[in-house]
Design a protein. Structure first.
Length: 106
């Protein structure tokens, strides 16, 4: 079980939503599913060529209490920072915590 004292960062877990206006146009946006406390580690970073330009990419591991419906289609909002979830790990399949392996493009 993750120690409460290690959960020092407040985050939002967001999921993609699509809404349709009166004319049938679809608008894609993000809606907050959860607010929760997390422990965030940044084990590595690198430079990558994205859209033809060099950009920094940070890798993060976000640890939160277990929630059964978190998927890689969601994202983490950490203040003004956006972390894209690459994988969701339930260590030992114990349903105590989740490790969200995320990337952030700077």
């Amino acid at each position: 079980m993750i120690a409460t004292g290690r959960l020092t960062q407040q985050i939002a877990i967001e999921e993609p939503t699509a809404t349709q206006d009166a004319y049938g146009a679809v608008t894609h946006s993000w809606a907050t599913k959860y607010y929760c406390w997390a422990a965030i580690e940044t084990p590595s970073g690198r430079e990558a060529i994205l859209s033809g330009q060099p950009q920094g990419v940070l890798n993060h591991v976000v640890r939160i209490r277990y929630k059964s419906d978190i998927t890689p289609k969601m994202r983490v909002k950490w203040g003004s920072r956006v972390l894209n979830i690459g994988s969701v790990i339930d260590p030992g399949q114990r349903h105590e915590e989740l490790q969200l392996v995320c990337t952030e493009v700077l």
